[in-house]
Design a protein around this ligand. Structure first.
Ligand code: 5GP
Length: 200
């Protein structure tokens, strides 16, 4: 008997409250798993220091973003703390069709939309060890005003209640350890019998 993988890649969604370290974990994962493709989101938020167009985000005006919505160019989109964020459709579909795995780093509202369209996706929730630790990390990043920090903490409280929609929960106590767990999840998902094509 021969077993081969299905041609389509895995769609992996990584969510979790702002500040939990999704970006850091994703960057570490990309280094360790060079075959994993990263979906670059569109946003109307202003770039932070050091962020690059097309690398961290595609930075859009509100009009441009609304046009993308109207033209069905986004798999999902959400408003988060006053800005729009969304996942460009074409790149995700092209990557999956070519058999490569893709990871989307998006908020909970977006993840729920993706789940409706891609129920075969793998939904991973990254959580902080504690909410105090989350606040410390956002403050430590030095990118948010007091007002934005409070909004983000409010959003985090709500997001943490949505854990039941996810397949896996990973505590981000240490980046290395969180990455190892996510790699193990991806490896295991590749071995799922319904993702394998068997022939005799
Ligand atoms: P930040 O402003 O800190 O970069 O992102 C704020 C929140 O938006 C984070 O939780 C981040 O994961 C989420 N986010 C980033 N890109 C997308 C996207 O394409 N769609 C959705 N729904 N959320 C996103």
């Amino acid at each position: 008997m021969k077993a081969g993988y299905q041609k389509e890649g895995l769609l992996i969604v990584l969510s979790g409250p702002s500040g939990v370290g999704k970006g850091t974990v994703c960057n570490a994962l990309r280094k360790q798993m060079p075959t994993l493709t990263y979906s670059v989101s569109a946003t109307t938020r202003l770039p932070r220091k050091g962020e690059q167009e097309g690398v961290n985000y595609f930075f859009k005006s509100v009009d441009e973003f609304k046009r993308m919505i109207d033209q069905d160019q986004l798999i999902e989109w959400a408003q988060y703390v006053g800005n729009y964020y969304g996942t460009p459709r074409h790149f995700v579909e092209e990557t999956l069709a070519s058999g490569r795995d893709i990871i989307l780093e998006i908020d909970v509202q977006g993840a729920l939309q993706v789940k409706k369209r891609f129920p075969q996706g793998i939904f991973i929730f990254l959580v902080p060890p504690t909410l105090d630790e989350l606040r410390n990390r956002i403050v430590g990043r030095g990118t948010e005003t007091e007002n934005s920090l409070n909004h983000r903490m409010g959003a985090a409280n709500n997001e943490l209640k949505q854990v039941q929609h996810y397949d896996y929960v990973v505590i981000n106590d240490e980046v290395e350890r969180a990455c190892e767990k996510i790699q193990a999840i991806i490896t295991a998902e590749h071995c799922r019998k319904n993702r394998l094509v068997m022939s005799t």
